[in-house]
Design a protein around this ligand. Structure first.
Ligand SMILES: [Zn+2]
Ligand SMILES: [Zn+2]
Length: 121
């Protein structure tokens, strides 16, 4: 990937054993949490509210578990519906359309993972 990284918050949190257990509980989970115990916030830098990191998704459904935390507080894991705001044509790839990958009601700007979309709602 040669795309410029979005300006992410990037604050990290060390997960509790309970959070790891929840992230590992989905038998169809895409990500293996057995060797990892920290997460980094994926919201826009300077956002308000809780930090958020995509923790787990299933292969066969579109449920997404998000890791949520506030500075100085332990992270919790929640199943959240997607934002799904249509970001329109990807400026880097006019053929593709992208949907926002963040959870519904997230703080900061929408993102398709590689670019921030300003002024959309
Ligand atoms: Zn954050
Ligand atoms: Zn969004």
């Amino acid at each position: 990937m040669t795309e410029e990284e979005p300006n992410e918050c990037g604050v990290e949190v060390v997960l509790t054993a309970e959070a790891i257990r929840q992230l590992s509980a989905n038998p169809n989970g895409v990500w293996d949490w057995s060797e990892d115990d920290s997460a980094a916030c994926e919201l826009e830098a300077g956002h308000t509210g809780q930090h958020s990191s995509h923790g787990q998704s299933g292969w066969h459904d579109y449920s997404s578990f998000w890791i949520l935390w506030s500075d100085g507080s332990p992270a919790v894991v929640e199943l959240l519906p997607p934002c799904d705001s249509d970001l329109g044509d990807d400026p880097d790839d006019p053929v593709e359309e992208e949907l926002c990958i963040l959870p519904e009601g997230h703080e900061g700007q929408h993102t398709g993972g590689s670019t921030w979309w300003r002024g959309r709602s």
